[in-house]
Ligand binder design. Structure first.
Ligand code: SF4
Ligand code: SF4
Length: 93
């Protein structure tokens, strides 16, 4: 089964509060040239907003895989599991 097909089976119970925060937006702007978070997240949660000059975080689609925590070279992502009852639920394993 392809990844896109698997993602189709994923269900979310979205919290109003984001479980992901950028610690220091200035680091993204001035120090992080490559912005790997915009490429490594399988759910495309992170996007560079050229107008606002900051990373936008679409936390609602987070798959809770933890990749961004390892992939941010500046440790600039404050990630916690969503509150109980919220977040992703997987079907068929
Ligand atoms: Fe900011 Fe980290 Fe993303 Fe770089 S990888 S843009 S420091 S959150
Ligand atoms: Fe994306 Fe995984 Fe980080 Fe969620 S935990 S934002 S899915 S890389």
């Amino acid at each position: 089964m392809k990844l896109d097909d698997k993602l189709f089976l994923v269900r979310f119970n979205t919290d109003k509060l984001s479980h992901i925060k950028i610690n220091d937006p200035e680091v993204c702007l001035k120090q992080c040239q490559d912005k790997p978070c915009t490429r490594i997240c399988p759910a495309h949660v992170y996007d560079w907003d050229e107008e606002e000059k900051r990373i936008s975080v679409g936390y609602e689609g987070c798959l809770e895989c933890g990749t961004c925590l390892i992939g941010c070279p500046f440790g600039n992502i404050n990630w916690n599991y969503p509150r109980g009852g919220f977040g992703v639920s997987w079907k068929n394993g």
